[in-house]
Design a protein around this ligand. Structure first.
Ligand code: ADP
Ligand code: MG
Length: 361
């Protein structure tokens, strides 16, 4: 199984999929290069074209236009079995009448691998996903998490250069999901294959991926590392989709000044019109004198405080002051925040200008 020393490189160019002539394209002219051995996640709301993109890469769905290359060779019209990619689905898709070992051996039989080699590969694959000794069970005798491990083993047993995973953890509960996330991360490190992972879960995307491509309406609207997308989102959609944000729809008054209602703030990063501050970048003071100089400030009322063990989450209603309007937001504060921070408290929310970002609509 370790024969695939390096993962494949994928180049998608001008890729389009139209299911009907009247509807907008499900995938609308995407360009994407996936590096060998990279773990890339396609993240986006339901219906944004993630599965369609994955199915075009694996060869189940024929593109309407565009080109797919594997290591520089055109595979756009190549049948799926010749691409030799591994695939894992949300609903395990195991054969119920076959044992675990027979399920994992299935792709080897299709490839006419001799029985002795097959037995060795299946044994290795079972060990790889921590299911040693379970080869003779049937799928219905396994938990959902174990079944998904079998599906993973079956998808990598023939040493593919690319592994495609379509919401593989979405059917599992939270605890199991987290343990399988770690398992998938470890598999990626051990096997060195290129992973293309689809999810609608932002936390999953952030913890697993080298890069995340954010999909919206068939287009890739942002692509970068999780930290770059989180700290320097370029649009409001990206900021809202990945992590939480305090969003102030004010306007820029000049190169250095941003106005939101009667507040005037120092401009930091970015060149859009909407100002975003992540919750953990906001601090809360009960007294003006506790606000460090140079901070941007907004008076707010505390509307709720919840304790999460390692932090407090404080819901805020920012006041637009003299002209009325305000906006809801939140701050995440370290444990040990003053007891006076209770619902109804009036506070001064503050942050450093370099901790905010101006994004496009
Ligand atoms: P996602 O995986 O991001 O939820 P999909 O790629 O499944 O999105 O779907 C993208 C769009 O294409 C949706 O509007 C969906 O309804 C449509 N679509 C997907 N598969 C088909 C199909 N086989 N026939 C017609 N429309 C489809
Ligand atoms: Mg999907």
């Amino acid at each position: 199984m370790s024969s695939a020393k390096t993962g494949g490189r994928l180049d998608l160019t001008g890729l389009v999929k139209r299911y009907g002539t009247s509807e907008p394209p499900a995938v609308d002219d995407i360009d994407l290069t996936i590096e060998p051995g990279e773990f890339i996640t396609l993240l986006g709301p339901s219906g944004s074209g993630k599965t369609t993109t994955l199915n075009m890469i694996v060869g189940f769905t024929e593109p309407t236009a565009g080109r797919i290359e594997l290591n520089g060779a055109d595979i756009t019209r190549m049948p799926p079995h010749r691409r030799n990619f591994g695939m894992v689905f949300q609903n395990y898709a195991l054969f119920p009448h076959l044992t675990v070992a027979q399920n994992i051996a299935f792709p080897l039989r299709e490839r006419k691998v001799p029985a002795a080699d097959s037995a060795k590969l299946v044994g290795d694959a079972l060990e790889l996903v921590d299911l040693g000794g379970m080869g003779n069970r049937r799928p219905h005798e396994l938990s959902g998490g174990q079944q998904q491990r079998v599906a993973l083993a079956r998808a990598v047993v023939f040493s593919p250069s690319v592994l495609l995973l379509d919401e593989p953890l979405s059917a599992l509960d939270r605890k199991l999901r987290q343990s399988l996330q770690r398992e998938i991360k470890r598999l990626h490190q051990e096997l060195g294959l290129t992973f293309v992972f689809v999810t609608h879960d932002q936390d999953e995307a952030m913890t697993l991926s080298d890069r995340v491509a954010i999909f919206n309406r068939g287009k890739i609207v942002a692509i970068d590392t999780p930290t770059a997308l989180y700290h320097r989102p370029t649009t409001e959609f990206v900021a809202r989709f990945l992590g939480e944000s305090n969003v102030f729809a004010g306007r820029r008054l000049g190169p250095d000044v941003y106005a939101w209602h009667d507040r005037k703030w120092t401009v930091g990063d970015g060149d859009g019109e909407t100002l975003i501050v992540r919750p953990e970048k906001i601090a809360v003071a009960l007294d003006e004198r506790d606000v460090p100089s140079g901070s941007n400030t907004a008076p707010a009322e505390v509307t709720d405080v919840s304790f999460y063990g390692t932090y407090h989450r404080v819901e805020l209603a920012f006041e637009g002051a003299s002209d009325g309007g305000g906006v809801g937001g939140c701050a995440v504060l370290p444990v040990g925040a003053p007891a006076a921070l209770a619902p109804g408290a009036r506070v001064i929310a503050h942050w450093r200008p370099e901790d905010q970002v101006l994004v496009a609509e």
